[in-house]
Design a protein. Structure first.
Ligand SMILES: Nc1ncnc2c1ncn2[C@@H]1O[C@H](COP(=O)(O)OP(=O)(O)OP(=O)(O)O)[C@@H](O)[C@H]1O
Ligand SMILES: [Mg+2]
Length: 203
């Protein structure tokens, strides 16, 4: 029960609640799929679990302790929109260096070309940039990955390359994974368990 979401209720304003009392836990080695319709609040929940947004009530517990903002975050969120998450002022090489993941194995496994390292985020396609956000999440101290619709902008071959690598890394390091997707076919292929938030959040 390494990550526990306990009775999470959230709304961007108090009179407009997105979801109520969401509870589930994810263990090491698990790959849990989160599905719900568009606009339900999946990306919002992903940010709450990673500690970037505070729930109105409820708590996120990681290894028995509430998630804190201190130090390296063991819960790494890979965003649905990588262009919003990567510092536009930094070349890609610096982005990877900062997380200490500038290594050939990660770069090659994700199909990152060496020439891309000298570019800024705006000089890459969405799919190229997304590979960097996957790489960046794989720092040595990462214990959980939250993948929010991370392969919607890439072709099926790149999609399977990214998932193959991520799943292998998760297994090797015994990380837990939360996978947010609309794609039930993908969820069934890669997840060890699937949670439908719409069933859970009914009052
Ligand atoms: N910062 C914000 N302030 C106010 N409302 C927001 C904010 N971010 C998102 N919303 C709203 O909250 C709702 C949930 O958004 P969210 O992005 O979490 O949905 P989602 O389930 O991830 O959708 P999708 O499947 O389309 O990615 C949406 O109606 C959205 O417009
Ligand atoms: Mg979303």
């Amino acid at each position: 029960m390494a990550i526990e979401c306990k009775n999470i209720t959230f709304g961007y304003s108090k009179d407009n609640i997105l979801f109520k009392n969401i509870s589930f836990s994810v263990d090491y080695g698990e790959r849990v799929g989160i599905v719900a319709k568009s606009g339900f609040g999946k990306s919002t929940l992903a940010k709450i679990i990673a500690g970037y947004e505070k729930p109105l009530s409820g708590e996120i517990i990681v290894d028995g302790k509430p998630i804190t903002k201190k130090g390296y975050n063991p819960v790494q969120l890979i965003y649905q929109h990588p262009e919003k998450a990567i510092n536009p002022m930094w070349k890609m090489e610096k982005v990877l260096l900062e997380e200490n993941v500038l290594n050939d194995y990660i770069i090659n496994s994700l199909g990152i070309k060496k020439e891309w390292l000298k570019r800024y985020p705006t000089e890459l396609s969405g799919g190229e940039l997304q590979r960097f956000s996957v790489a960046r999440a794989l720092c040595e101290n990462t214990k959980f990955i939250i993948a929010d619709e991370i392969t919607t902008m890439v072709d099926p071959i790149t999609q399977s390359q990214i998932w193959h690598f991520l799943i292998e890394e998760c297994q090797k390091r015994n990380m837990g994974m939360i996978i947010v997707t609309h794609n039930m076919y993908l969820a069934e292929k890669i997840c060890t368990r699937i949670i439908n938030l719409e069933d859970m959040a009914l009052e």
